[in-house]
Design a protein around this ligand. Structure first.
Ligand SMILES: [Zn+2]
Length: 475
C-alpha cells in the first residue's frame, strides 16, 4: 500500500464516520477491506462491497446476478435503506433483475406513509419482497420514469411506459404503469419475457381429448371461439398459442389480425393493433377497419359492448375465424352475458362454435413434493370422497426457492356448441342447465380436469380448490 493510498483511506474513513459523503477513488477501494477488518467505518465496508460488486459485473446496470432466494433479495434491497447516497439505478436494476430471474410476472411498488412495499407476483401469487425507506420513494419513482420514458415531473395523473431490459441473455419487456395515490405513485410493472414465446398448444394444459377438440375448432375456416376466465387466468397465452398454431398449420398462408388492449407480446407474422379507447379507437372501430384488410383469422381482445359483439358475430359467420374473450363466471354463462349486452340469442347460437373456460394451477416442484392423502376438509370442499387416492403437497427446497411450486398450467373446460346446445342457447336456457347438458354430452368439467392433474401428482388438491369458484365446488 503506497503512501497516497493510506492517506486517502484514512481521510475517507474519517469523513465516512462523520457521515460526510465521499467518493473514494477507485484505486483505494480494494484496500478498504483491510481497514474494515481493523474496525473502520461500516460505511466503508458497504462502499467496498458495492464498488467491488460493480467492478465484477463491469459497470452499473449490467449486473449478472444469480437467482437470489427471497430472504437474500429482501436483505439486499433493504441494505440500500441505510446506505448514504444510495446508488438508485443499481437498486432499481437489482429489483427488476431479481423479479425476472425469479420468474415473476409483475412487480409492484406500493407507497405507504412510512415505507414503499416491493412485491413480486410469482406463479400468480403476490408476495411481499422488501420495504424501501420513504426517502427512496421519489428517487426510485424518478429512476423508473426516466427508464420508462414517462414524464418525471407529472405526479398527479396516471402514466404508462415501457422498459426494455436484458437479463441473463434474455430480452425482457416491461410495461410500467404509474398511478397517483395518497402517499405517492404506485408503480406496477408487467414483465413480458419475449424469449418464452415457445407457445406450443401441447404444453398449455389441455387433456389429450381437449387438445384434439381445440385444434379442430381453430383450424376451421370460420366460427367464433370464446375464451373465458378471470384476469390472470392465462387466456392471452392460450390465444397466442392458438394463433401461432393456425399460422404454422397453414404454413404461414393465413392472414391473422389482432386487436388488443394492450398488446402483450410481439408476435411474428401476425398483424397486431393496439386499441386506444381514450382516443376513440375502440374495438368496434378497429374491427370494422380490420375487416377491410382481408383477414382470415381475427383476434379481438375482449367483447364488452353491443357494437363489437355484432360485428364479431357477423365476421364469425362470414368466412372468418374469430377468437375473443367474454367475461362471465363460467363457460355456460357467456351466452347470457352476450344477450345482456344486447345480442340476439339466435345470432349467438349460430356464430359461436365453442366457449373455453380457463384457470391456472401451480405445478408442484418435482424435487420436493410429498405424498399425502386428501384431508376431510378438502373432501368436504370438493364434495367427493377421495380416500384410497394419493395426492401430493408442496414442501419447498432450493430448486423451487422454497415455494414448493414451479411453473403453472392451464385447466380447461370446453363447451362445444352442437345442435342440442345451439337450440338451448337460442331458447335462453339458464347457464346451469346448459352446463349440465354439456356434461351429459361429454364435456369434462374444470373440476374434473383439475382433479386429474392432482391425481397425476402434477398439482396439489389445494391448488385445485383455489381455482374453483364456490358455486362450482361439489359439481
Ligand atoms: Zn422444491
Amino acid at each position: 500500500m503506497n503512501f497516497p493510498t493510506v492517506l486517502a483511506l484514512a481521510m475517507a474513513a474519517t469523513l465516512g464516520l462523520q457521515g460526510v459523503a465521499v467518493f473514494a477513488p477507485a484505486y483505494v477501494v480494494p484496500s478498504a477491506l483491510g481497514v474494515a477488518t481493523l474496525g473502520a467505518s461500516p460505511w466503508l465496508v458497504r462502499l467496498y462491497r458495492r464498488r467491488s460488486a460493480a467492478s465484477e459485473k463491469g459497470g452499473r446496470g449490467r449486473a449478472a446476478y444469480g437467482v437470489h432466494g427471497l430472504s437474500r433479495t429482501k436483505s439486499t434491497i433493504e441494505a440500500y435503506n441505510t446506505v448514504q447516497n444510495p446508488d438508485v439505478p443499481e437498486l432499481v436494476d437489482y429489483i427488476l433483475q431479481q423479479a425476472t430471474l425469479q420468474q415473476a410476472s409483475d412487480v409492484h411498488l406500493v407507497p405507504y406513509r412510512d415505507y414503499v412495499l416491493v412485491r413480486y407476483r410469482i406463479d400468480g401469487i403476490l408476495s411481499d419482497v422488501a420495504q424501501l425507506g420513504p426517502h427512496l420513494r421519489d428517487l426510485v419513482t424518478n429512476r423508473l420514469k426516466v427508464m420508462a420514458q414517462a414524464i418525471t415531473f407529472v405526479h398527479d395523473r396516471p402514466q404508462d411506459g415501457r422498459i426494455d431490459l436484458r437479463v441473463a441473455e434474455r430480452d425482457v419487456d416491461l410495461r410500467v404503469a404509474f398511478m397517483p395515490t395518497l402517499h405517492g405513485e404506485r408503480i406496477v410493472m408487467r414483465i413480458l419475457d419475449r424469449s418464452e414465446l415457445g407457445f406450443g398448444l401441447v404444453s398449455l394444459g389441455f387433456t389429450e381429448e381437449q387438445l384434439a377438440v381445440f385444434s379442430d375448432l381453430i383450424f376451421r375456416p370460420q366460427g367464433m371461439v370464446i375464451l373465458n376466465g378471470p384476469a390472470g387466468s392465462g387466456k392471452t397465452t392460450t390465444i397466442y398459442a392458438a394463433l401461432k398454431a393456425v399460422l404454422d398449420h397453414s404454413d404461414r398462408g393465413t392472414s391473422i389480425y389482432t386487436l388488443e388492449d394492450p398488446i402483450e407480446y410481439d408476435l411474428m407474422n401476425i398483424n397486431q393493433t393496439q386499441i386506444e379507447e381514450t382516443q376513440g379507437f375502440t374495438f368496434a372501430h378497429g374491427l370494422r377497419t380490420m375487416l377491410r384488410q382481408d383477414p382470415d383469422v381475427i383476434m379481438v381482445g375482449e367483447i364488452r359492448d353491443l357494437d363489437t359483439a355484432r360485428i364479431a358475430i357477423q365476421a364469425g359467420m362470414t368466412g372468418h375465424l374469430l377468437i375473443t374473450t367474454v367475461h362471465a363466471k363460467q363457460a355456460a354463462g357467456v351466452f347470457v352475458r352476450l344477450s345482456e349486452i344486447g345480442v340476439d340469442p339466435h345470432s349467438v347460437a349460430s356464430a359461436v362454435t365453442a366457449v373455453i373456460a380457463q384457470r391456472l394451477v401451480r405445478i408442484l416442484c418435482p424435487q420436493c413434493k410429498r405424498r399425502t392423502p386428501a384431508t376431510p376438509g378438502q373432501e368436504a370442499k370438493l364434495g367427493q370422497a377421495l380416500s384410497g387416492h394419493t395426492f401430493y403437497a408442496p414442501v419447498g427446497c432450493a430448486a423451487c426457492n422454497q415455494k414448493g411450486y414451479a411453473g403453472r398450467k392451464g385447466v380447461y373446460e370446453i363447451l362445444q356448441v352442437d345442435e342440442t346446445v345451439r337450440e338451448l342457447i337460442a331458447a335462453r336456457t339458464s347457464p346451469d342447465k346448459l352446463h349440465h347438458t354439456a356434461v351429459e354430452r361429454g364435456m369434462t368439467t374444470m373440476i374434473h380436469n383439475g382433479l386429474r392433474l392432482a391425481l397425476s401428482g402434477e398439482t396439489s388438491l389445494d391448488e385445485v380448490l383455489r381455482i374453483l369458484p364456490p358455486e362450482q365446488r361439489g359439481v
